[in-house]
Design a protein around this ligand. Structure first.
Ligand SMILES: Cc1cc2nc3c(=O)[nH]c(=O)nc-3n(C[C@H](O)[C@H](O)[C@H](O)COP(=O)(O)OP(=O)(O)OC[C@H]3O[C@@H](n4cnc5c(N)ncnc54)[C@H](O)[C@@H]3O)c2cc1C
Length: 506
């Protein structure tokens, strides 16, 4: 397996105590050695959330230190190399909604490298056949139940049942918390099982019946009430965009260029210490003491930017108790193959649970991204993902070679061709990968925010509290940076160019 699993409890190990710190001191937790270096802000965790907040503060002249458990930054937005190709090992695109990720990329000089996926769109692998993912949908819920591409998935009977949604009395439209029951009640079981469930499993690693509408489709309940039907509400939410699924973009060369650019920018003004697993926090008279094994730093303001489980452990060490929802584990098998002739010219597939295939989704990366097809030349790249809601990934107990063999078989079943022996392959495990989007998750996030709001020198950021995906993580981290500047430190003469002011302030 090429990626370390969760860094939690990991590597506060031999050697760390000997490494010089950001300021070159050899601080220690004991009183006889030099004082721990003092910073204005310490950020724990250098995933995208931590790097964004560090960058926003450092470029305005704040003295920032970032501590990261792994030997590289970026968290889930990671890079791996296979057969000489630099590939994304985790996130490989971003949702365009809100515009925050594109704005950040532009600010980092990556604007010219923002790319759209190839137009093929994704398809659904159902138990009996493969069909294109209908175009005008939100999480698989069709806005036009009798559209040809919807009928192709549901059959006439299912589509007519879905159309009943348009005729149901407005009075029956109310606020529904759970996505699955809402869809089933309004549009029938076929829409739930054939359209919504594969997307819920593939995108959120969750059962549609547990997903919180307010989390995965913010504004849908309100739009539904306005439109008088679920399909009408979907139409209002997606506007006239006719893209299949939700609109995403990528970065030429891979999403991992985003944290790489952030790292370069942060390091112009601040320090990032890798291989530093923070294991203890403590309040001090002037803020916080932050400890990673034998090393210790002090800071006026503290940002915890780790996934939920390590964040809860760290906060508990400072006497702040928060709950976290269980997060799923996801495994991704990447196959670099001789060029795949005869594969559908589509970007990937979501797999229905009853299709008899262990994988939950497949991305045909070279069909999805033009830049990658060019780089791969006469090769194809597939990413096969495992780990449905509430279940360990089917690959979890397998040796790498067996996991790769399973991915090859699954890819053959999904694509409907015999996938040849790979030129190169690997398997990456992401623990704490998908924070819960189930009912209750939002209330839990609110409780964490409330607990932290009472701590004037503490911020908690990251997907577990902001929601899964860069489109949620980035703006949330920028808002936290703004709070730190405005509320923790008060007005000051900041050094960033006025012209460079960021989105969070707009
Ligand atoms: C396989 C996969 C594919 C995905 N694809 C997409 C996609 O295409 N588009 C999209 O928008 N989103 C995608 N996501 C979700 C997205 O990647 C995440 O929501 C986002 O990257 C989370 O960022 P983060 O900074 O909150 O957390 P992370 O990326 O998890 O970063 C947290 C960091 O904290 C560090 N850390 C943990 N404990 C400690 C400690 N004790 N001390 C110091 N450091 C610590 C970790 O090492 C890590 O670097 C995907 C997720 C997965 C798992």
């Amino acid at each position: 397996m090429s990626e370390p699993t969760s860094p939690q409890g990991g590597d506060a190990d031999a050697g760390l105590g000997r490494q010089p710190t950001a300021t070159g001191h050899e601080p220690s937790a004991t009183g006889d050695e030099p004082e721990a270096p003092q910073h204005e802000v310490v950020v724990v965790g250098a995933g995208v959330a931590g790097l964004v907040i560090a960058n926003d503060l450092a470029r305005r002249g704040y003295d920032v230190l970032v501590l990261e458990a792994r030997d590289h930054v970026g968290g889930i937005v990671a890079r791996h190399e296979l057969a000489g190709l630099a590939l994304d090992a985790g996130a490989e695109s971003f949702a365009v909604r809100g515009g925050a990720v594109a704005e950040l990329a532009e600010q980092l000089g990556l604007g010219d490298d923002l790319v759209d996926p190839e137009p093929g769109g994704a398809w659904l692998r159902l138990a009996d056949r493969s069909v294109p993912l209908p175009k005008r949908t939100l999480l698989g819920i069709p806005s036009v139940p009798l559209a040809q591409d919807v009928i192709a998935v549901l059959g006439w009977r299912g589509a007519l049942r879905a159309y009943l949604d348009r005729l149901m009395p407005v009075l029956k439209v109310g606020k529904d918390e759970r996505l699955g029951p809402l869809v089933e009640r309004r549009m029938g079981t076929a829409v739930l099982e054939r359209l919504v469930a594969p997307i819920s499993g593939g995108v959120y690693s969750s059962n549609a019946r547990d997903l919180d509408v307010a989390v995965v489709a913010p504004g849908l309940n309100e739009a539904m009430t306005r439109a008088g039907s679920l399909s009408g509400g979907v139409a209002l939410r997606i506007g006239d965009g006719a893209r299949p699924g939700s609109a995403v973009r990528g970065i030429r060369g891979g999403m991992h260029r985003l944290p790489e650019a952030l790292r370069a920018e942060v390091e112009r003004r601040a320090t990032i210490v890798t291989d530093a697993t923070v294991d203890h926090l403590e309040r001090t008279d002037v803020g916080w003491s932050v400890q990673a094994g034998e090393r210790r730093w002090t800071t006026s303001a503290l940002v915890v930017a780790t996934p939920g489980a390590p964040a809860a452990t760290l906060l508990a060490s400072a006497g702040i108790d928060v709950e976290t929802a269980p997060a799923t584990t996801v495994e991704l098998v990447t196959l670099v193959l001789p060029h795949l002739d005869g594969a559908p010219a589509r970007s990937g597939a979501l797999v229905a649970e009853d299709a008899g295939i262990a994988a939950k989704a497949l991305t045909h990366a070279t069909a999805k991204w033009g830049w990658l097809a060019d780089a791969a030349a006469d090769r194809s790249v597939l990413r096969v993902s495992y780990g449905r809601a509430g279940e360990a990934p089917a690959t979890a107990e397998l040796a790498d070679a067996d996991a790769i063999a399973l991915a090859r078989r699954d890819a053959s079943a999904i694509l409907g061709i015999a996938v040849p022996e790979p030129i190169a392959a690997d398997r990456v495990r992401w623990e704490q990968a998908q924070p819960s989007s189930s009912v209750g998750a939002r209330a839990l996030q609110r409780r964490v925010r409330d607990a932290v709001a009472g701590e004037p020198t503490l911020e908690v950021v990251g997907a577990w509290i902001a929601g899964t995906g860069l489109a949620q993580v980035v703006p949330d981290a920028r808002e936290a940076a703004l709070r730190i500047r405005r509320e923790r430190f008060g007005p000051r003469d900041e050094t960033a160019d006025a012209a460079d002011e960021d989105a969070a302030e707009a």
